[in-house]
Structures are given as structure tokens and as C-alpha cells.
Design a protein around this ligand. Structure first.
Ligand code: MN
Length: 253
């Protein structure tokens, strides 16, 4: 198996190499990561400017690709031929900060996994519920173990696995929970200030993220010390609402 390892925190993230080195134990890997942090940058497809992808010597002595593009661009560039070998799997992470519930719409970590799936490559997004550097060996080894399950069972088309780790020592992790996406609560607040020329500028600020910890959700699992594994399907059609919508009897004019 040949795995593309990427992330959205950038190639220098302390959480990237532990993941790569754990995956090296079960497969061949190539790192193809952004040159800077793209957290919460979503899913760009950069089409209006050139992209760079330069070889870079990684801390373990291997060669990886460092790109000026977004995480989704990294996967696209690799898939389209910058990496000259067929990719069997995309693993994105380990992200510093959980990607739970609606986070999947903002996350560059998840976007990289989605870009894999869109291109027919199975994918796993991996995040930990801490913004502080920590010991990533347990989570990284679990990711490698999960890759072996994927190799054995395969993954259906049009879905990826969204994995989130609780921020507890590995020995305190309670188990693995197969979950659904929960309901994130963003306590965003508008911070409005004036620049030296008396023109307004804004920050999106506010309290740390919350969430509704309904049992069975990813938010619940991580809050209760479980590794959350959510199969996320790219077909977001609200099948249950189609009949209601037909009854609106929407006319052309
Ligand atoms: Mn990030």
C-alpha cells in the first residue's frame, strides 16, 4: 500500500512526522504537505495562480513534498502526477484540534481526505482534541492499525473515515466508538475595531468551541474518552426532505 500523508497544520507541524513514522511500519508513505498552516481554510481548488511543490528533506531523513497549495491542492497535485506512483490511500493529520460535527465543513484536514475520495482514493482524516503538542505515538499507532483494517476490508466509494482522539494520555483512552457527526456550537462573536486610518476591521472571535454531546455522536465520544471513528458520506442529499419539497409545488414562473 502506498499512502499519501498530508495535513493542514503545515509540513513543520509536530504532529505530522509521528503519523508518518507510524504509517511507515505498515505501508510505504509519501509526505505531501502545505508549507504553512491552512487550518479552517476549507476546500480550495487553486486555479488562479501557480502552485509549487518542492522536495524537502524531512526530520527522519526521507524526502517529502512541501507545497504552496492548500491541503486539498496537495492531494490533487500528488494524484495528478507530481507523485509518479498510484496512491492507494490518503491519510490527513494528525490535526492539532478536533474536527467534530460541522467542523468537517471548515477543516482543511478533512478537505484533504475529501479530495482523495473525490479522486477515487480512500481516505482517513485524523485529529486530536488538543491544540498543545503532546505525545502522538498512541494516536499515530492507532491510525496505522486502522489503515490495516482498511487494507483488509476496503472502503466503499464516496466516504471517508473521520477519526478524532480525546486529549487524554493513551493509557486512559476507553475504547473505540463508531459515531455520527454531532452538532457543533460555535460561540463566535464579532470583534470590530478601527485601524489607524479610522477604517473598520473585524475579527471573528469568541469563546472556545462547544457542542451538543448527544450519545452516539463524535462530540460525545471524544468528551467521554473514546476514539471516535465516523464514516462520512459525501452525498449530502437530504433524502428525507425531497417529498416535502415536492409538495411545495415549485413552479417555473
Ligand atoms: Mn489544523
Amino acid at each position: 500500500m502506498y499512502i499519501l500523508v498530508t495535513n493542514d497544520d503545515g509540513i513543520d507541524s509536530p504532529a505530522l512526522m509521528p503519523l508518518k513514522q507510524a504509517l511507515d511500519q505498515v505501508a510505504e508513505t509519501v509526505v505531501f504537505a502545505p508549507d504553512r498552516n491552512w487550518s479552517a481554510a476549507g476546500h480550495p481548488k487553486t486555479m488562479h495562480k501557480p502552485l509549487r511543490a518542492d522536495l524537502r528533506k524531512l526530520p527522519d531523513g526521507s524526502q517529502g513534498f512541501c507545497s504552496s497549495g492548500a491541503p486539498s491542492d496537495c492531494v490533487a497535485l500528488a494524484h495528478l502526477g507530481v507523485v509518479e506512483r498510484k496512491l492507494d490511500l490518503v491519510v490527513s493529520g494528525i490535526n492539532m484540534g478536533a474536527n467534530l460535527g460541522y467542523d468537517v465543513f471548515y477543516s482543511g484536514t478533512v478537505a484533504a481526505a475529501v479530495e482523495g475520495v473525490v479522486n477515487g482514493i480512500p481516505a482517513i482524516a485524523v485529529s486530536i482534541n488538543s491544540f498543545e503538542p503532546t505525545d502522538y505515538r498512541g494516536p499515530a499507532n492507532f491510525a496505522a492499525r486502522l489503515v490495516q483494517y482498511v487494507a483488509r476490508h476496503g472502503l466503499p466509494a464516496d466516504l471517508f473515515l473521520n477519526v478524532n482522539f480525546p486529549a487524554v494520555p493513551w493509557d486512559d483512552v476507553k475504547g473505540v466508538a463508531i459515531t455520527r457527526l454531532g452538532r457543533r456550537v460555535y460561540r463566535d462573536e464579532l470583534v470590530s475595531r478601527l485601524d489607524p486610518r479610522e477604517r473598520s476591521y473585524y475579527w471573528i472571535g469568541g469563546e472556545p468551541l462547544g457542542g451538543v454531546p448527544d450519545i452516539g455522536t463524535d462530540i460525545w465520544a471524544v468528551a467521554n474518552g473514546y476514539v471516535s471513528v465516523t464514516p462520512v458520506y459525501l452525498d449530502m442529499t437530504a433524502y428525507h426532505f425531497r417529498e416535502d419539497l415536492r409538495r411545495w409545488d415549485i413552479q417555473l414562473s
